[in-house]
Design a protein around this ligand. Structure first.
Ligand code: ATP
Length: 591
């Protein structure tokens, strides 16, 4: 197929902003495209060579593109750079340069070989894959070869495509429209085309199935291991009451983890991971791959979940930014993995041992998940309750916040609760808390217990159990586990420091519902700063004062480095002060 046909279509598309007109031009192009190159034509029109998840991208450096234009046109590089400054568009620069060449040249352009789509694709692919020594020269040569048989108009689009800036403004949805019309005759086929796209988001492949087999081809599209499925998304409603009503009075409520969504494709030979935007993130999480491989007891599966960084010692979830450091990073992952391990919280299974699970209702999928995955330290099921009791749900929500989550995701448990790939509907409804407060002041807390260290902290304490003082009851009420902010030396010294204060059982003046590994006489006071104060069903500080059944906790606590030797434990921050701080914090946010 001649590249000219594509270039002429692009020119027409560029001339309109109307989606309908764009669709018409695309339909015409698709109808004029032979079956065997239709996938390539679709990718090129998206400015790509493959669907994004394959991870092979075109993006030739502008510097090299300029060299190629110079060589193909015989115009000096300096001059091309000047033209680039003037136009700001490498495509237009190439077009101008070739026009110039044609005017100067005696040889008839028409007699030279015409550029084909196959040739363009082949050279682009070589450019995208070239690496190592001499690759820059090879890339330039490959582009020059194309330019030598290109018309000025073709040069415009070749250059824009090869530097990764084609930008025709065609959304995937417009291509789906065009495919439905080109091969179904009307938009009637649109829903089916979209269904196929949602479970197999590769427009080139879908175009090919349609071109080769017609509407039946689209019905043959299946979920495949290694091809990401478009993520199901959640709607939102402002209150838990409304959510419960919308769900018909009863639903599953899952923790809404604040991490990174991961779709894991676990196979016999290899495992692939995809992000919410379907990027291939396999290389960023070797630990997740190993963990899910160990946890899965079947042959093949596709799982949906959220990866969350966890403090190895306190077992508490950490802010999401700690995971995001891994993104785009190829080196040093080993080290990060050790320091900030992630736990994968699974909430769905989309494919299992050869079977598409997406059309099964949620309760069945969850049961299958629980059957085929064995929970480990690093792979767990999303924590959840199935309930219709608003009080119970509210408590669960508070617990989710205290545990470091953003809120809850309610999930429909009816017959209709299929996995709707790519859709945002009321089968899932998210409920996030509507405030985010900051703790401005430091507080002074008393060490009442400790937990044995793990990983790098083996042999010392991993975290300390901290409490506030309640003068009315003369007791110490727990508010957090403290594991960050210590230097390695301080950590190593902790057991020795607390040796004298060690006691067999919880001290009678300590009120704790958490079982510590070691208990101390309340004596040592540390200065602590946290992100905020939250309601807590596990800590005893101010239990029942703000809300029945809840206490207060410090979220993301950190030792400031100050040992408050000058303070007696009874001079530590009081429960009452924390209640005040909590109320002020909430008030501040409501303002
Ligand atoms: P969205 O993903 O809905 O477009 P967003 O990117 O802003 O919006 P949120 O509004 O925070 O994300 O909520 C949806 C996200 O919550 C999901 O994409 C998923 O990553 C995450 N999530 C965490 N826990 C769960 C869970 N138990 N079930 C479903 N999603 C969950």
């Amino acid at each position: 197929m001649l590249y000219r046909i594509i270039a002429e279509t692009y020119l027409k598309i560029e001339g309109t902003t109307k989606r309908l007109e764009m669709t018409d031009y695309l339909v015409e192009l698709l109808r004029n495209t032979p079956k065997d190159v239709i996938d390539k034509v679709v990718y090129l029109t998206q400015g790509k060579l493959y669907p994004d998840y394959v991870g092979i991208e075109l993006g030739l450096a502008e510097k090299l593109a300029i060299k190629a234009i110079s060589q193909a046109s015989g115009i000096g590089e300096k001059k091309i750079v000047g033209m680039m400054q003037k136009h700001g568009d490498i495509g237009v620069v190439a077009e101008e340069a070739l026009k110039n060449k044609r005017q100067m040249s005696l040889f008839s352009f028409e007699s030279s070989q015409e550029l084909t789509v196959e040739k363009v694709y082949e050279n682009f692919e070589k450019i995208a894959r070239a690496e190592g020594a001499g690759s820059q020269d090879r890339k330039i040569k490959l582009l020059v070869e194309l330019l030598n048989s290109a018309t000025p108009l073709e040069a415009r689009y070749l250059l824009r495509t090869v530097v990764g800036k084609l930008r025709l403004g065609i959304a995937d949805m417009t291509i789906l429209d065009a495919l439905a019309i080109a091969f179904g005759g009307s938009k009637d086929l649109r829903d089916e085309v979209e269904r196929a796209y949602n479970i197999h988001p590769d427009l080139g492949y879908i175009a090919k199935m349609l071109a080769e087999k017609g509407p039946d081809g689209i019905r043959e599209v299946r979920i495949e291991l290694g091809i990401p499925i478009r993520a199901m998304l959640a709607e939102r409603l402002p209150s838990l009451e409304e959510i419960l009503e919308k769900m018909g009075g009863r639903a599953a409520f899952e923790y809404k983890y604040d991490g990174m969504r991961i779709q894991a494709h676990v196979g016999k030979e290899k495992t692939m991971l995809y992000s919410r935007r379907l990027e291939n993130i396999t290389s960023q999480f070797p630990d997740v791959i190993e963990a899910i491989g160990e946890a899965f007891r079947g042959e093949e599966g596709i799982f949906d979940g959220e990866a969350v960084p966890v403090d190895v010692n306190t077992g508490e979830m950490l802010p999401f930014q700690m995971v995001s450091h891994r993104r785009g990073r190829k080196y040093g992952i080993e080290k990060i993995m050790e320091e900030i391990p992630v736990v994968l919280f699974l909430f769905d299974v989309l494919y299992l041992n050869g079977e598409d699970m997406t059309s099964r209702p949620y309760p069945e999928r969850r049961a299958a998940l629980e059957k085929w995955i064995q929970q480990t330290d690093r792979v767990k099921f999303a924590h959840r309750i199935v309930s219709g009791d608003i009080e119970e749900i509210k408590k669960f929500f508070n617990r989710a916040i205290e545990d470091g989550c953003e809120g809850l995701v309610a999930k429909n448990i009816g017959e209709e609760s299929i996995y709707r790939a790519g859709a945002r509907e009321f089968l899932w409804i998210k409920y996030k808390r509507d405030y985010r407060a900051e703790m401005a002041d430091t507080i002074d807390l008393v060490v009442v217990g400790a937990f044995a260290g793990k990983g790098r902290r083996k042999g010392t304490y991993g975290a300390l159990l901290m409490a506030a003082y309640n003068p009315e009851k003369d007791r110490f009420e727990t508010v957090c586990k403290l594991g960050s902010g210590f230097t390695d030396e301080q950590l190593a010294n902790l057991p020795r420091m607390f040796e004298e204060l060690r006691i067999e059982k919880k001290h009678p003046r300590v009120w704790s519902e958490i079982e510590a590994d070691y208990w101390f006489v309340p004596k040592v006071v540390l200065e602590v700063i946290g992100a905020e104060i939250t309601l807590s069903p596990t800590h005893t500080c101010a239990r029942d004062i703000i809300e029945k059944g809840s206490g207060l906790a410090i979220r993301f606590p950190r030792f400031t480095g100050r040992w408050r030797d000058d303070k007696a434990p009874e001079e530590a921050t009081t429960v009452k002060e924390l209640v005040e701080m909590y109320r002020n914090q909430v008030k501040k946010v409501e303002k």
